[in-house]
Design a protein around this ligand. Structure first.
Ligand code: UFG
Length: 333
C-alpha cells in the first residue's frame, strides 16, 4: 500500500515506518522536523519536510504521492504542556488534523489511522480500562485527540472514511539500538531514568509517593514501540472491514519505583531517586484492557517483561547518549 505518515520522523511514527517498509509498503513521511529527526526516517521512505498548518503542502503531497492510507502521528503530545498552553493542543492538533482530513477526503483517501491516547479517560472509573470506559479527557491534549476521534466518526459516516483510533497507554522501549526515543525537553519516566544512568542528570524525582498503590507510586501500563507498530499495521490491513477503536497496552502495570529498580539492575547504576510532590492530573493507576484488539486482530504484546523493555531502551540510549545528535549547535564565536 502507498501510505502517508505524518510525524514519521518521531519516536513512534519512525518505528511504524520501519515496519511498514519492511512489510513492502511504499511510505511518504510528512514531518516538519520540529520534534522529529531526519536520521530517524527510513532511507527507503520519501521525506516531505512540511507542517500540517500548510494546507497547500499537504495537498501537493497528496497529489504527488497519491496515498491509499494515512497514519497520523504528528502532534503536540505533552499532557503537562497542554495544561499550560491549551491552544497549542486544542488549536494546533485540531486545526492541523482538520487540514489533513479535509485534504484526505478531497484526494479520495479513505483509510486513516489516528494515534490517540489513554489520556482520553482522565481519572478513569474502570480498572483495567476498556474501550467502553467513559471518556473524560484529563487535559487539553487528550481533548484534542478525542475531537479528532469524533471528526473521524463523521468522516466515516459522511464519506466512508475507514479509520482506526489507537489509544496508547505508555509507549516505551526502542525498536532497535538505532531507532529510539529522543525528545527535547524529555519528560518521560524511562528516558529520564536512563539519562541519570548516563550521568546526564543527577537524580530522578518521583512525582508522589502517597498514592493508593502498593508502594505509593503511580502505576502505568508500558507498551513497547514494537508492539505498538505491530498493532498499527494490523489495524491498517483490517480497515476495509470497517472502522475501529482500540485501547493499547499490555494489560498490567509497573510502579515508578519498580521501573527505577529494574533500570538499576539493567544499567548497574545506582540511579539516585528523591521523592517530590504529585504531578497535577496524574491518576494512580492506568492499565489497558486490550482484549478487543487481541480478539479482533490477533494482536498480542510480545514485550511484557519490564527488564527486557528497559534493556531495549538502554541499548538505544547507551549507544546514542545525545540522541540523534541533530540539534542546532550554537554558532561558533
Ligand atoms: N514520573 C516521575 N518522575 C518523572 C517523570 C515521570 O515520577 O521525572 C512518573 C509520572 O508521574 C507517571 C509515570 O512516571 O506516574 C509515567 O510518566 P510519563 O511522563 O512517562 O508518562 P505519562 O503517564 O504522564 O504520559 C504518557 C504519555 C501521554 C499519554 C499517557 C497515557 O506521555 O501522551 O502516557 O497513559 F497520554
Amino acid at each position: 500500500m502507498r501510505v502517508l505518515v505524518t510525524g514519521g520522523a518521531g519516536y513512534i511514527g519512525s518505528a511504524v515506518v520501519q515496519q511498514l517498509v519492511a512489510g513492502g509498503d511504499e511510505v511518504v513521511v510528512f514531518d516538519d522536523l520540529s520534534q522529529g529527526h531526519r536520521a530517524a526516517v527510513h532511507p527507503q521512505a520519501t521525506l516531505v519536510v512540511a507542517g500540517l498548518d500548510d494546507r497547500a503542502a499537504i495537498d501537493r503531497a497528496m497529489a504527488e504521492h497519491r496515498p491509499e492510507g494515512i497514519l497520523h502521528f504528528a502532534s503536540h503530545t505533552l499532557v503537562g504542556e497542554s495544561m499550560e498552553h491549551p491552544f497549542r493542543h486544542l488549536g494546533n492538533n485540531v486545526r492541523n488534523g482538520l487540514n489533513l482530513l479535509e485534504s484526505a477526503v478531497e484526494h479520495g483517501v479513505r483509510r486513516f489511522i489516528l494515534s490517540s491516547t489513554a489520556n482520553l479517560f482522565g481519572l478513569p472509573d474502570r480498572d483495567p480500562i476498556d474501550e467502553d470506559t467513559s471518556i473524560s479527557p484529563g487535559s487539553p491534549y487528550g481533548e484534542s485527540k478525542f475531537i479528532l476521534e469524533r471528526m473521524l466518526h463523521w468522516m466515516d459516516d459522511r464519506f466512508g472514511m475507514r479509520y482506526a483510533a489507537l489509544r496508547y497507554f505508555n509507549a516505551c522501549g526502542a525498536l532497535s539500538p538505532e531507532l529510539g526515543e529522543d525528545h527535547d525537553p524529555e519528560t518521560h519516566l524511562i528516558p529520564i531514568i536512563l539519562q541519570v544512568a548516563l550521568g546526564q542528570r543527577e537524580r530522578v524525582t518521583i512525582f508522589g509517593e502517597d498514592y493508593e498503590t502498593p508502594d505509593g507510586t503511580c502505576i502505568r501500563d508500558y507498551i513497547h514501540v514494537e508492539d505498538l507498530a505491530d498493532a498499527h499495521i494490523r489495524a491498517l490491513r483490517a480497515l476495509d472491514q470497517g472502522s475501529r477503536t482500540y485501547n493499547l497496552g499490555i494489560g498490567h502495570g509497573f510502579s515508578v519505583r519498580q521501573v527505577i529498580e529494574a533500570a538499576r539492575d539493567v544499567t548497574g547504576h545506582p540511579i539516585p531517586a528523591v521523592a517530590g510532590p504529585r504531578r497535577p492530573g496524574d491518576p494512580a493507576r492506568l492499565i489497558a484492557a486490550s482484549d478487543r484488539i487481541q480478539r479482533e486482530l490477533g494482536w498480542e504484546p510480545k514485550w511484557t517483561d519490564l527488564h527486557a523493555i528497559i534493556e531495549s531502551a538502554w541499548a538505544w540510549h547507551r549507544t546514542h547518549p545525545r540522541g540523534y545528535d541533530d540539534r542546532a549547535s550554537a554558532p561558533a564565536s
